[in-house]
Design a protein around this ligand. Structure first.
Ligand code: PLP
Length: 429
């Protein structure tokens, strides 16, 4: 299978550009872990090193993605959206069509396969909005591993539908009741579990952050997005894109698509962060675009965090739960510093507007996270020309966001429906 061999090589080469000996990317990255976890990280590093160049592993991984998850996902030419703006041609990479509705399963399946290779029988994960928890629970069910997911109590309240699915998929969901009861507390609790369980258990980290080698490993498993997209745009348009847009929470979908285009200096790579209620409001998660992230060490790695002068993490905010994160991938922090990836931020209002445009011109419902990439692209497109090609990574589908979207659109009929449902439940109870 010459095609698959080429993919394996491409993946390794592009990821190699991102890996340094000690896991640093310029000033960012590294590994700040408790002594007791050193053997666990050594084991992962050794196995990751081996699979990166293992054609068999890559082919088994690709086969699972193809036959189970539905890859390759299409690259859709957005003809009506292109016509709407009358400038650059717009193509959309359809990660929404991946099983479980987003790119997250690429990583969860890859790491679950790695866990089995390491002889582990159990996987654990942190989750904020619950999407990574659902992907991990799914991978565990499919590969016959047991799974425990840690989630802040507050996040469980906000994203109960995902809790429901994780449990139904057979995972144990443990509520984290201390601190702010959100993602950062869930990360601490997952590490605490791992300290006493690593002999049987692998920690499936959900994004391209954390201690080395997690950023590189998650970027590696997501590289399939860009490998496909590059091949698809060359076949569809006969040339490379001028711009590639992706939203940035931790950075995994962005690195996933950017990697393949990274060696081509003419291709502009743009990461779009959560501008929330705007820079002045303080309610956002734009670590790089708003220039407010400062160097710090937390959660096992060094990167730009939204923190105060004493190193206390700020409360971040986004309408899109998956972008609501204080840190950012060290790989992206470095690419930004070196000017290879540009950053912008889209506010909630811009996102709601962009969402309506995409729904009504293309019949697509992007996740609120992904809609940030669209909003960033729409802001730039007025300065583009007809000879430009934009690829927008649609990291996930938005039907999961129906509660937030209906609220954002202030849809009165939906509100009335929720009231009726709730009354119906209370009558039954
Ligand atoms: C989790 C999530 C994100 C943000 O995570 P990254 O690691 O930055 O990709 C973006 N889009 C969707 C649909 C998600 O579920």
């Amino acid at each position: 299978m010459p095609d698959k061999e080429k993919s394996a090589t491409t993946a390794s080469v592009t990821v190699d550009e991102f890996i340094s000996e000690n896991g640093y990317y310029g000033d960012y990255g590294g590994s700040f872990i408790p002594e007791i976890l050193v053997p666990a990280f050594e084991e992962i590093k050794a196995h990751f090193e081996a699979i990166r160049y293992d054609e068999d592993f890559w082919q088994q991984y690709r086969a699972l993605l193809t036959n189970y998850s539905g890859r390759p996902t299409p690259l859709t030419y957005a003809d009506r959206l292109t016509e709407h703006y009358g400038r650059a041609h717009i193509y959309i990479k359809r990660e929404d069509l991946n099983h479980t509705g987003a790119h997250k399963l690429n990583n969860a399946l890859g790491q679950a396969m790695l866990a089995k290779k390491m002889g582990k029988t159990r996987i654990i994960a942190e989750t904020g909005a619950g999407q990574h928890g659902v992907a991990t629970a799914t991978a565990a069910a499919k590969l016959g591993l047991s799974a425990t997911i840690y989630m802040g109590r507050e996040d469980m309240e906000r994203q109960y539908a995902n809790v429901f699915w994780m449990k139904r998929l057979g995972a144990e969901v443990i509520a984290v009741d201390y601190g702010s009861q959100t993602l950062k507390d869930a990360i601490n609790e997952t590490l605490r579990d791992w300290v006493s369980s690593f002999e049987t258990t692998h920690y499936v980290l959900g994004t391209a952050s954390g201690a080395h080698p997690f950023p590189a490993m998650v970027a590696f498993f997501q590289s399939v997005i860009g490998i496909e997209a590059k091949d698809q745009i060359l076949r569809a348009a006969g040339r490379l894109p001028s711009h590639v847009y992706a939203c940035v929470g931790g950075g995994s979908n962005a690195l996933g698509i950017f990697q393949a285009f990274y060696p081509h200096d003419d291709v502009k790579l743009i990461g779009v962060e959560a501008g929330g209620k705007g820079k002045e409001s303080g309610q956002h998660a734009a670590r790089i675009a708003y220039g407010e992230g400062t160097l710090g060490v937390a959660q096992g790695y060094k990167t730009l965090f939204l923190q105060n002068k004493d190193g206390q993490m700020n409360d971040t905010y986004s309408l899109a739960a998956g972008l609501d994160y204080v840190g950012v991938s060290p790989i992206l922090a470095d690419l930004s510093k070196r000017g290879r990836v540009q950053f912008s931020a889209a506010t909630d209002d811009e996102v709601i507007n962009a969402l309506q445009t995409v729904m009504q011109t293309e019949g697509l419902i992007p996740a609120l996270e992904s809609t940030h990439a669209f909003a960033g692209a729409f802001r730039d497109i007025v300065h583009s020309s007809k000879s430009d090609i934009f690829i927008i990574n649609m990291s996930g589908r938005g039907d999961k966001d129906i509660f937030n979207i209906a609220e954002g659109l202030q849809d009165e009929e939906w509100k009335a429906f929720i009231h009726r449902k709730s009354n119906q439940f209370s009558r039954q109870a």
